[in-house]
Design a binder for this molecule. Sequence first.
Ligand code: UDP
Ligand code: MG
Length: 138
Amino acid sequence: MERTLSIIKPDGVKRGLIGEVVKRFEAAGIKIAAMKMLHLSKEQARAFYAVHKERPFYESLTDFMSSGPIVVMVLEAENVIRKNRDLMGATNYKDAAPGTIRRDFASDIEKNVVHGSDAPETASTEIAFFFNSLEICG
Ligand code: UDP
Ligand code: MG
């Protein structure tokens, strides 16, 4: 069984999309192994997205990610990193396939509703950023 980190970003929470996103995960046979809502500080958002610190969108992205509450989840299923990325769709909603979360709900390359880890190493680092082992139901 593989695990990945999913985030419903501040735009998704503000727009009332928590249930919609969770429904899509469950309908795809993905188990929610942990879930909580929190509001990142600017410094915490900078730390989470440190991998992007040289990119031109880093300041704006970390302002956005600290602009309101988010929902963080540990997803569990076989091949769940890929499955979640497929459900999310491409980073730019304009390139995302029909029926994906970003194509259906995003309207901005930055405010694209969801985050998902992109590889096993980033999944374990990102899960550990938000959850300790007692908070994850295996
Ligand atoms: N992002 C942005 N402008 C860009 C590329 C990315 O604002 O040109 C934001 C967007 O919110 C994206 C996040 O930065 O989800 C992280 O970028 P990444 O390339 O890791 O995309 P993802 O893995 O989220 O699809
Ligand atoms: Mg990424």
